[in-house]
Design a binder for this molecule. Sequence first.
Ligand SMILES: C[S@@+](CC[C@H](N)C(=O)[O-])C[C@H]1O[C@@H](n2cnc3c(N)ncnc32)[C@H](O)[C@@H]1O
Length: 225
Amino acid sequence: MNEEKLNQLRQKVQNLALDYHKKDDFTGWFEVIYTDALGNPEEVPWAKMQPHPCLENWLKGTDITNKKALVIGCGLGDDSEFLAKKGANVTAFDIAPSSIEWCNKRFNNSSVNYLVADLLQLDDSWKNSFDLIFESRTIQALPISIRQEVIEAIATLLKPKGTLLIVTRLRETEDSPDGPPWGVSERELSQFYQYGYEEITRIPYNDPNNPSIKQALIEYQRNRL
Ligand SMILES: C[S@@+](CC[C@H](N)C(=O)[O-])C[C@H]1O[C@@H](n2cnc3c(N)ncnc32)[C@H](O)[C@@H]1O
């Protein structure tokens, strides 16, 4: 995607998110992005149409055969498909019905269980039940005012000894910048410790589209409930 198009889409996201946030609706705008795209991934600013390189790198040294995996805010499904190809039993969900419809169309023979669901209203039966959770750029797409709720919702899904992978922008101060996206601060990430998480590794990521922005894949293990 060229620079001009990317900037246009970023502006659209910011305006749309702002309009929805004024109505205290923090998630309604995602569906608008997917429906406005009319099936063209070039109109979805975060669509890569390939697995995230951080996930590909992480998986080089790891066997996930038969692991019960969950992808949060799965978008157009490339990360979910990649995990399934590597042998995991994958459930993937997104709040935007059109993204799930798109996934089902793109991957019509997929073993991935694609669902429309809201991270903040998941069924209690999902708690403490996954071996591997992948979250890419969803925390940062939701405002800082609900971050505590969002982190709690993610943290309570993993089994003890399970692995959580987060791909996110990092924010160096506790200030609230204009967004979306809103990078994640160290104080916000430290909330995972309350749920028995230990940070195992943090691999910096240089996004060629945003070379000046600090991003990383963070791997956590849950040591206890
Ligand atoms: C920035 S996009 C990233 C998509 C994908 N993870 C990726 O990296 O390509 C954020 C995604 O999270 C989804 N999302 C936002 N809030 C959500 C929520 N509360 N529950 C489930 N999905 C949500 C959006 O619809 C969108 O697909």
